[in-house]
Design a binder for this molecule. Structure first.
Ligand SMILES: CC(C)(COP(=O)(O)OP(=O)(O)OC[C@H]1O[C@@H](n2cnc3c(N)ncnc32)[C@H](O)[C@@H]1OP(=O)(O)O)[C@@H](O)C(=O)NCCC(=O)NCCS
Length: 163
């Protein structure tokens, strides 16, 4: 099975929404939101596709006040495609792209219990020989009205070039 990793385009938006919706750990978002990620934020997002389906997607953006920081919004890999390095490849694809201001830091938020996601970002920190710092970003009571677990900020960097 050939898997292509590339920037998303607007025609991917609907399929991305189906992937995100199929993953219980992820907050649902609208197709419109995914269409914007696949257009305005395509340079900082990546998709993994075969001829038949979307296997993975990372949405991200450069922080408005810190252009050297990639904020990873969501990481989604279909359950059948996990454990094969796909999420790591998607993230590295974004980081390897040429930009006016190269990314030196990665930020994302993760709930305390999401072991797979922590493992992914710990692995990325090792790959780029960078420390990973953890702090509270959105609090269960203060920001989520007790309806969603707290989101912890993982900040990785400064990144060092690989190879
Ligand atoms: C988190 C997720 C994106 C990882 O995708 P993946 O393609 O399986 O990840 P990779 O294969 O690239 O693995 C990256 C690293 O994490 C580790 N890892 C992945 N899943 C793991 C798990 N369930 N438990 C422990 N470690 C895990 C891998 O061993 C690898 O480490 P290594 O480089 O040291 O060998 C995927 O499990 C997923 O889509 N989960 C549901 C959605 C979600 O929680 N997204 C993140 C929050 S936005």
């Amino acid at each position: 099975m050939d898997i292509e990793i590339r920037r998303p385009s607007t025609t991917d938006g609907h399929h991305v929404n189906q992937l995100v919706t199929s993953i219980p750990q992820l907050d649902d978002n609208s197709t419109y939101c995914n269409l914007l990620q696949c257009s305005h934020f395509a340079d900082t997002s990546a998709i993994a596709v075969t001829d038949e389906e979307v296997l993975g997607f990372i949405s991200g953006y450069a922080k408005p006040d810190q252009p050297d920081t990639l904020f990873v919004w969501q990481v989604a890999v279909s359950s059948a495609a996990r454990g094969q390095g796909l999420a790591s490849k998607l993230l590295k694809d974004i980081l390897q792209r040429t930009r006016p201001t190269p990314f030196r830091y990665i930020e994302t938020t993760i709930t305390a219990d999401n072991e797979a996601s922590w493992a992914l970002f710990r692995s990325i920190a090792r790959t780029y020989d960078a420390p990973l710092n953890r702090s509270l970003m959105f609090d269960r009571a203060q920001h989520f009205n007790d309806e969603h677990d707290s989101e912890l900020l993982a900040r990785i960097g400064p990144l060092h070039k690989t190879q």
